[in-house]
Ligand binder design. Structure first.
Ligand code: BGC
Length: 754
């Protein structure tokens, strides 16, 4: 693309401005040739480039140019590694630049509310700090190449069922503290050039028409200065959407909605200033994307494949490794079992489907690294209609391969049709035929390693019976090589779970409120998403959030904490690699406020670090908790409030493996809660101005011993705590209503400390 400087807005006619706000076709914006404004291309994303060659579709059906298929977010999230994800973002940005793509449609930072969401493979975590920090890394990487990112799907798009209509009905605290938090983090830290609004409704309003979401929160609170683009086909009413802050509708509507915009401006129902603002933002985007120097290519396929392999190796979670079965000796005789070893499941279906530049098969990579014998048996068929005779034959073949081998490595996973964009899963189980093969193989050879390929979590009913389990997620095009690297210890696994693996679906937080009915889904679990739920309910899980093993061991030194001048909190500790090989440890920091006055999950992640350590090496690790991240959303004043108190900070190897706890006194924010006749006596007493006046008046009325007026055993202060002050006269108290009004008026503009 040549360097572009767009014309001043006022040189454009109203028609031209409106034309800019709707796609010219499936993937391109409209050009204004008379003004030298080029058309730009926006295309998927998020874990590689899907640039279609022919006519477009958003289902991943049509052919696209070959591009490196990096591990999807479910996998890369497990690396918890900002630098790695940034490097992958840079590589995607480079590939986009070579293909003259202006904006890559990703990353997605929606929260994994339920393990059933068909699109969980595209998302990073059940935790907003993980999703936000890693999403920001991806945006930084892509945009460092002069290519825009599109942060999606804004917002509260946590299921595929009825995704184009469903209303996510969510209370203000979880909305702010869980579902919007990751988006806010990415916008303020990484400044994506575009944000993609989601299909669904939020509390009854289409995201595409939600002025509060697209303008008040996104632009006014977070300072977003880019273009809001619709998800493909997410616009229901174009005029309302534009007024709400949706700049670019994609794909195009062949002029239909442009005419609607023009008619609305003409009849006065749409403020021309809204049209101007959106057109100006589109021109600014064209300028931004046009400022990039040309990237002639060609794509360095080998280098990007190597990066994809590195990223995949860093994404594999070692869930279990009893008796040190892993890593395998290269001299071992290995039975590789399972269809996925030869026909990998390496990405999810839908708009993110990439046409990979090449594709590793685990069985070939294992063969290449082994010096012992390697046999392969498919073990099972992933097709729905496999016959029983065929199943029996495959099972016998698998048992024969396992018998006599030193070790059986069994590749199990979800067949592709079970998880996809566009629909959700029905359960979290691996197919019964695969579990049957595993049982038979374990009976024949207890030295069995399970390698999983799945985009959404699966339950592990076999966990007690197999000594070693690798969670391989969907690993992208180099997953086969990366799996061999980890199996043989060329790469020491260092990934950890960014989502809980439950024992049963019925234990999961949204179980009774999913997928909703009549196009409404109630987020009844509130703040208690993911580990916040399992911890608060004291539920056993298969593997907790943050869990992941290594071939080495790590020791945590004692932690120290200090409050910084800007209100942030810094926690420092040392970590030592006490084992025989180099590795990485993901150190996690959780906070809690014992005795908090607001509802709080028992423990919430606030910071983390992926720490590389040579064998025997010790490093100092410093984790910073932003003061803002300690805040809750106060519905009384519609603001973030840090409650004052002594916070506990847990330094942990997983959400259920706390290594040390430090305490820090954190001052609270003032809360200016407005007083009214409906305010309770407790609230008035807590007010710095009205409180002392009321206290004095009460002492005068009841004498020095207020309890004396109450029957014995009644706690007067508790009784009055929630009693509305405007009602006291109704209970015969001799109180002048004018005094109540005076009290209410006494509240200062400041407020009480939380
Ligand atoms: C998806 C988006 C994607 C778009 C374009 C939509 O169906 O939800 O994530 O970027 O299609 O393919």
């Amino acid at each position: 693309m040549d360097l572009v400087t767009t014309p001043p807005l006022d040189s454009l006619t109203v028609d031209e401005k409106a034309a800019l706000l709707s796609g010219a076709d499936f993937w391109h914006t409209a050009a204004l040739e008379a003004h030298g404004v080029p058309s730009i291309m926006l295309t998927d994303g998020p874990h590689g480039l899907r640039k279609q060659r022919g006519s477009g579709d958003h289902l991943g059906l049509g052919d696209s140019v070959p591009a490196t298929c990096f591990p999807p977010a479910v996998a890369m999230g497990s690396s918890w590694d900002v630098d790695l994800i940034r490097r992958v973002g840079e590589a995607i940005g480079t590939e986009a630049a070579i293909e003259d793509v202006a904006v890559v449609l990703g990353p997605g930072v929606n929260i994994k509310r339920t393990p059933l969401c068909g699109r969980n493979f595209e998302y990073f975590s059940e935790d907003p700090i993980v999703a936000g920090v890693l999403g920001a890394a991806m945006v930084n990487g892509i945009q460092s190449r002069g290519v825009g990112a599109s942060l999606k799907h804004f917002a509260v798009n946590n299921q595929e069922t009825d995704r184009m209509r469903v209303s996510a009905d969510v209370d203000p605290r979880p909305l702010r503290e869980i579902y919007l938090r990751a988006f806010g983090r990415v916008v303020t830290d990484a400044h994506p050039w575009t944000v993609m609004c989601s299909y669904n409704r939020v509390n009854g309003v289409y995201a595409s028409e939600d002025r509060w979401l697209l303008t008040t929160v996104l632009r006014e609170e977070w300072g977003f200065d880019g273009v809001v683009v619709s998800d493909w086909g997410a616009v229901d009413d174009r005029v309302r959407a534009l007024a709400a802050g949706l700049d670019l509708e994609m794909p195009g509507s062949r002029g239909v909605t442009t005419a609607q915009l023009l008619a609305a401006v003409a009849d006065g129902s749409l403020d021309p200033a809204a049209l101007d603002a959106a057109a100006a933002r589109m021109l600014a985007l064209v300028d931004r994307t046009g400022a990039r120097a040309p990237e002639p290519g060609p794509l360095d396929v080998d280098a990007h494949h190597a990066l994809a392999r590195e990223a995949a190796g860093r994404s594999i979670v070692l869930l279990k490794n009893e008796g040190g079965l892993l890593p395998l000796s290269p001299h071992a005789d290995i039975a590789v079992i399972g269809a996925f070893a030869a026909a990998p499941r390496y990405q999810g279906a839908g708009s993110s489907m990439i046409n990979p530049t090449r594709l590793d098969r685990a069985v070939d990579e294992i063969r290449a690294m082994a010096s012992g014998s390697v046999t392969h048996a498919a073990g099972f068929d992933t097709a729905v209609d496999a016959s029983e005779t065929e199943a029996a034959r495959l099972l016998d073949e698998a048992v024969a391969a396992a018998t006599g081998a030193d070790v059986a490595v069994v590749f199990l996973g979800l067949p592709a049709r079970l998880e996809s964009e566009g629909y959700d899963r029905d359960d979290v189980d691996l197919p019964a035929n695969q579990l049957a093969v595993l049982r038979a193989v374990v009976d024949a050879n207890p030295n069995t390693v399970v390698v999983l390929s799945n985009g959404g979590v699966v339950t592990l009913p076999f966990a007690a019976d197999v000594p070693a389990i690798l969670e391989g997620w969907l690993l992208g095009q180099a997953g086969g090589g990366a799996t061999a690297d980890v199996l043989f210890g060329v790469v020491n696994p260092s990934a950890k779970l960014t989502e809980t693996i439950p024992l049963r679906l019925a234990d999961s937080p949204a179980h009774l409120d999913f997928p909703g009915e009549f196009s409404h889904v109630r987020y009844g679990e509130g703040l208690f998403v993911g580990y916040r739920w399992y911890d608060a309910r004291d539920l056993d899980v298969a593997h907790p959030f943050g869990h992941g093993l290594s071939y080495t061991t790590f020791e945590y030194g004692p932690a120290t904490a200090s409050g910084l001048a800007d209100g942030d909190v810094e926690v420092a500790l040392t970590v030592t690699n006490t084992g025989p090989v180099a590795g990485r440890e993901i150190v996690q920091l959780y906070s809690s406020l014992p005795g908090a006055t607001t509802q709080r999950p028992p423990r919430e992640l606030k910071a983390f670090a992926s720490v590389p350590l040579e064998a025997g090496e010790t490093r100092e690790v410093t984790l910073t908790v932003r003061r803002r991240d300690l805040a809750y959303w106060d519905i009384r004043v519609d603001a973030w409030i840090v409650e004052g108190g002594t916070y506990a900070f847990d330094v942990a190897a997983s959400s259920r493996d706390v290594r040390s706890t430090v305490h820090v006194e954190v001052p609270g924010d003032p809360v200016a809660v407005p007083l009214s006749r409906a305010s309770s006596i407790g609230e008035v007493l807590a007010d710095p101005a009205a409180g002392p006046i009321l206290r004095a008046a009460m002492a005068e009325m009841t004498g020095d011993a207020p309890a004396a007026v109450m029957p014995e055993g009644v706690d007067l202060s508790k009784l009055l705590d929630s009693f509305p002050i405007g009602r006291v006269t109704m209970f015969g108290a001799d109180v002048d209503p004018a005094m109540i009004d005076a009290l209410i008026a006494a509240r200062p503009s400041g407020g009480a400390e939380a």
